[in-house]
Design a protein around this ligand. Sequence first.
Ligand code: FDA
Length: 396
Amino acid sequence: MSARAEYWDVVILGAGAAGLMCAIEAARRGRRTLVLDHARAPGEKIRISGGGRCNFTNIETTPKSFLSANPRFCISALNRYTPHDFIALVRRHAIAFHEKTLGQLFCDGSARQIVDMLLRELRDAGGELRLATSVSLPDRDDGTFRLATSSGPIACAALVVATGGKSIPKMGATGFGYDVAARFGLKVTTTRPGLVPLTLDPPSLERLAPLSGIGLPARVSHGKTDFDEAVLFTHRGLSGPAILQISSYWREGEEIAVDLAPGIDVFAALKAARAENGRQAPASALTALLPRRLAQLLGDDHAPARNLADLPDKLLRPLAQAVNEWRFKPAGSEGYRTAEVTLGGVDTDELDQKAMQARRVPGLYFVGEVVDVTGWLGGYNFQWAWSSGWAAGQAV
Ligand code: FDA
């Protein structure tokens, strides 16, 4: 690369949540800061997030809501830049928001307000953003990073990789950040889709076809982890917040347990219904607890008897279990096409948790989803992007 390369103090690859936050902080500190992105528009995932309203943080954020090979890695950044810091920024820009449920904060208006807020902050801080720019894998010599880009050669003292994960390739997601890590000999943990709908095999799909479109509150568990949120039956399998949450814990070949009537002892409820009116069909008794089509299917499958009175306890119990302890083995997931996040990523052992800097490559930083830190559904992933981007922004 020629000596005529443009020189910047800080170059940030990726104009998403983490990259923009890092750029704002770096520029505020007086660093000459350039953000590069191959997309035509910045913050595209912010724009489409939360159904267009951006669930921008969660006021109940704690490290427990994150998955990582090192669950303690995220603590420093989350403690130094908290949901309240981001809320203060949102308030300064007079963006109206509300808590939807479970600590999740959403814009009242549009997610675009968050993108506009970040762009305004970046401009006011003096940072530069260059879009529709492709970037080569970087090289490093004499402590300077060098990149070939479609807008010419660029050199910088600090390089921040904020290119996100692989989810939603249609929106420009790439594995570029992992390739940069590999280029510098840094370990990357296995990546897989997270917060993703789960699919069923054809026979199960056929059996459950009548349920497509039904949603209900449930408790979904895998090992010691459970989530009390909605489950949705789809024409491909299962979705809804509870399923997306548990998908991040599930591995191929494993079972998931679903309590379709959380908090209700269905065996006791069915016994009471039998005592009160033994002539009703088991499915009718279940409709008091479940959506009609689901009650019908479970009644038909597990209690073919016409009347509840014809079901002794030993036959009533499996029916109750089918509700309180329904178990299924997903065939797979819908993959990166619809996953909200990528689990795994740049190994946290390689990074200093305070600055997000590669221990073995001074000047190289990784922030946001490209790192092996993944949040639950509910605003946690943006909080990680803000916190980790902010942390690197103080150090570059
Ligand atoms: P992000 O993916 O945002 O940004 C990476 C940037 O790098 C992109 O602009 C991309 O174009 C660019 N890039 C990639 N490869 C490149 C290359 N080779 N060269 C140059 N540029 C490159 N989270 C949450 O907390 N609340 C929510 O409401 C939602 N909702 C939601 C909905 C949907 C549909 C999805 C897919 C995801 C969410 N998420 C979410 C997750 C959240 O969007 C995600 O975790 C963050 O956007 C991650 O921020 P990053 O900045 O790390 O990556």
